[in-house]
Design a protein around this ligand. Structure first.
Ligand code: ADP
Ligand code: MG
Length: 281
């Protein structure tokens, strides 16, 4: 006849509880020595298994959400960005805006931590079990354009509406091809009041007509993107350039936090201070 521990072993194996199986001997040992009670032993085994699975789920989800390399709120140096209210960011990281299907905007010049914070909130959402997907606007438009050409646009839009949080990074850096604004509008419309988004941009809303090359579509876009929205302005120096301020010639230093190094053309004008702060409802 099979012993009880042998039966437990068989059950754990059949249930694919590899980690609990691995821990079993150690847990039984502690039980025999009287270090833990039977109920603690059960707790031990289940917690080990759950921890492993949770860790695995998170690392897979972070990868499929394209949130690598990982950024966290804890690793964000708020003292470097005094215009930013730490409490506001930690409140947003509670993720209520996802339940309310709101749009969170991070606006500010390059290097001020927009992508970092967007990713960090995405990581918090993954840890909390929410589905997240991140891409740049350029990647999104490329995928939608290709899908449209191949007659799969509706399917692709469904893909981008699936996650409960969609992060669209880098609005305003690259020129948008004709038709791109329209495709983005279709996606925004599909998610409107259904799913949350985080958008990051180096351009103020007043410039979006120019960014999208179509003031009419830009107005319709902003109409949806600012209804139920939270707008966080970051105004400050580039974290990327913090150690190299002395390498930048004096006459460009004042603008160094406003312009990407490789972009000689006028770009990245900072948003007007306090233009729109918190739009809700
Ligand atoms: P943006 O998207 O605004 O251009 P990023 O979020 O990509 O800027 O920031 C550029 C780099 O600097 C990233 O590696 C980011 O992790 C880091 N970074 C930016 N701001 C901070 C900060 N306040 N504390 C720590 N790291 C920061
Ligand atoms: Mg960025």
């Amino acid at each position: 006849m099979m012993s009880v521990t042998e039966r437990i072993r068989q059950s754990l194996l059949a249930l694919h509880m590899a980690r609990a199986l691995e821990t079993l001997d150690h847990t039984l040992g502690r039980l025999e020595k009287g270090e833990i009670s039977a109920i603690e032993a059960i707790d031990d085994l289940l917690a080990e298994e759950l921890n492993l699975r949770e860790g695995r789920r998170i690392s897979v989800a972070l990868r499929t959400a394209r949130l690598m390399p990982i950024k966290t709120i804890e690793s964000f140096d708020f003292s470097f960005q005094p215009s930013l209210d730490r409490h506001r960011i930690t409140a947003l990281a509670q993720l209520e805006f996802i339940n309310r299907a709101e749009v969170l905007h991070f606006l500010g010049p390059p290097g001020t931590g927009k992508s970092h914070l967007a990713t960090a909130i995405g990581v918090a959402a993954v840890r909390a079990g929410r589905s997240v997907y991140r891409c740049s606007l350029a990647e999104l438009l490329e995928a939608l354009t290709r899908a449209e050409r191949e007659g799969r646009l509706a399917e692709k839009i469904r893909f981008y509406t699936r996650a409960s949080l969609l992060i669209v990074d880098e609005i305003g850096y690259l020129p948008i091809t004709p038709g791109g604004a329209n495709l983005f509008f279709q996606l925004v419309n599909a998610r409107y009041e259904k799913g949350a988004m985080i958008l990051t941009s180096n351009r103020g809303f007043a410039e979006w007509g120019e960014v999208f090359g179509d003031p009419v579509v830009a107005t319709a876009l902003l109409d949806r993107l600012l209804h139920h929205a939270v707008v966080v302005h970051i105004e400050g120096a580039s974290y990327r350039l913090r150690q190299h301020a002395d390498l930048i010639p004096e006459h460009t230093r004042a603008h160094a936090n406003l312009m990407p190094p490789a972009a000689p053309k006028r770009r990245g004008r900072p948003p007007k201070h306090g233009a729109i702060d918190h739009l809700n409802g």
